[in-house]
Design a protein around this ligand. Structure first.
Ligand code: NDP
Length: 485
């Protein structure tokens, strides 16, 4: 890879880049061309040991300094990320294939938002005082210790920051393992944090496949595990963490419903459906991939949707005009094509798309199926690609039952002009993140996470603080101690 800001080695440990070429090589492939742009090496047991040792050694002193000082470093890192937004966005595009048009406004910027937000909050973290007559209790909000972050491949910069920022604000150290598919961006986050003044050892990045993640999760030095990934991986990681009674945050997959009532503003509903199905080529966990459209407006909705999808600019992700990029990998392209075949075989009506785009890279047409029924595989399983399933409905109670009839509970959306109905529907959704007349907003100020199989815990907002800190109660007796004998 010849890009100027490329990371200079596979791992970042104890404040520096570290290489160990004995680890299994992992080729980094640019999804737009299928060409290898870099090679990193999976962490060997020696690298895993170095990272955990460094984190353990650095954490206590970090927790002991004031929140104001910790926060200042995080805010400085946010500033550096903003100044380097262009370079970081280009790297994000190399890593994931997402168009620069997206990465330049979403990835490093939302990472910087998280660093800035928790940088501001670090100084406000306190316990409380509880009076018990003349005696009293105070609580101390303490760090958990060493946290492990394990990332998915769709938002490598953002995930590294969403986990790192609250962890560091609370006084923890972190060892982060990116997805093997997108290993580059988290290294730059580590580099920037240390440039901003983060003491060595507090934010380490090591590469590897599932087994490296597995070794981190089971290590006795680790107190908390935060995973962004699929539900099957979540089950494994949660179980492994449970064996060690470790804290967990699980941000997992979804098959979220979006309900478009007959009184909805169709243009806005189409915009929401586009954002909730085709942004990042559909590789977003909270996507509203089951779009229930009232039969009264279904054909008008589909017609306008098809027209708008015709305006997608598919091509070179580095071209600022491009609005739709490739899938992240050949493997993901094949998985999604498999689902498209299943949709056709099960009798869904293919409205638009449905095929890979010939040529280099892992490009796929934005795809819409209509007349989808609840039992079809494309309506039940997470596809994680640009495939929208449109389902019919006529009755609110009926559509709510169908919307909630899934093991997942990550997100859900409703489009309607009826205010009472909008809030009633939002209250009825079994999902952690709900949208009224919008879709897929994810500002750092709002808690984000799933119900049911979609997750445990919340990222972002003050809620994340609860998942990166613990309370210690200290009882103080002012009078004599009474004992029975
Ligand atoms: P995976 O679940 O395959 O992997 C997630 C991460 O876990 C990767 O870094 C992976 O390593 C690692 N891993 C795999 N097995 C283990 C194991 N046994 N122990 C420890 N770590 C392990 O997800 P993808 O990377 O394919 O990402 C897509 C999935 O992520 C989708 O299902 C999506 O819904 C979900 N997701 C959820 C989000 C949320 O916030 N709820 C946000 C974004 C994505 P490696 O892949 O390198 O082997």
């Amino acid at each position: 890879m010849t890009y100027a800001t490329q990371p200079t080695a596979s791992h970042f440990i104890n404040g520096s880049y570290v290489e160990d070429t004995a680890g299994t090589p992992i080729e980094v492939i640019y999804p737009a061309t299928g060409k290898v742009i870099a090679t990193v090496h999976a962490a060997t047991p020696a690298i895993i040991e170095q990272a955990l040792d460094a984190a353990k050694a650095a954490q206590k002193a970090w927790a002991a300094i004031s929140g104001t000082e910790r926060g200042r470093i995080l805010r400085r890192a946010a500033e550096i990320m903003r100044v380097r937004n262009h370079d970081l966005s280009v790297l994000e595009t190399w890593d994931t294939g997402k168009p620069y048009q997206e990465t330049s406004v979403v990835d490093a910027t939302s990472g910087a938002d998280a660093l800035e937000y928790y940088g501001g909050m670090a100084a406000t973290l306190t316990g409380e005082h509880i009076q018990l007559g003349e005696n009293w209790v105070y609580t101390r909000r303490e760090a958990l210790g060493v946290c492990v972050g394990i990332g998915a491949w769709n938002y490598p910069t953002q995930i590294a920051c969403w986990k790192g920022a609250p962890a560091l604000a609370c006084g923890n150290a972190m060892v982060f393992k990116p997805s093997e598919t997108t290993p580059l961006c988290a290294l730059k986050v580590a580099e920037i944090l240390h440039e901003a003044g983060l003491p060595a050892g507090l934010y380490n990045v090591i590469q590897g496949m599932g087994e490296v993640g597995g070794a981190l999760v089971t290590d006795p030095r680790v107190n908390k595990v935060s995973l962004t990934g699929s539900v099957p991986t979540g089950r494994k990681v949660y179980a492994a963490a449970a064996a060690g009674i470790k804290h967990v945050t699980m941000e997992l997959g979804g098959k979220s419903p979006m309900i478009v009532f007959e009184d909805a503003d169709i243009e806005n509903a189409v915009s929401g459906a586009i954002l909730g199905n085709f942004y990042s080529s559909g590789q977003v966990c909270s996507n509203g991939t089951r779009v229930f459209v009232h039969t009264a407006i279904k054909e008008a909705f589909l017609a306008r949707l098809s027209e708008r999808l015709g305006h997608a600019v598919i091509g070179d992700p580095m071209d600022p005009e491009t609005s739709f990029g490739p899938m992240v990998s050949r493997r993901q392209l094949d998985i999604v094509l498999g689902y498209i075949e299943k949709g056709k075989a099960e009798g869904a009506r293919l409205v638009t798309g449905g095929a890979a785009i010939e040529g280099a890279g892992f490009f796929l047409q934005p795809t819409v199926f209509a007349d989808v029924t609840d039992d079809m595989v494309i309506a039940r399983e997470e596809i994680f690609g640009p495939v929208m399933a449109v389902l019919d409905f006529e009755d609110e109670a009926d559509v709510m039952a169908r919307a909630n009839d899934t093991e997942f509970g990550l997100a859900a959306g409703v489009f309607t002009r009826d205010l009472a109905r909008a809030h009633r529907v939002a209250a009825g959704f079994e999902a952690g993140t709900c949208y009224i007349n919008t879709y897929n907003d994810a500002p750092v100020e709002a808690p984000f996470g799933g119900m049911k199989a979609s997750g445990v815990g919340r990222e972002n907002a003050r809620a994340a603080i609860e998942h990166y800190s613990q309370l210690k109660s200290v009882f103080v007796r002012m009078d004599d101690v009474e004992a029975p004998f």
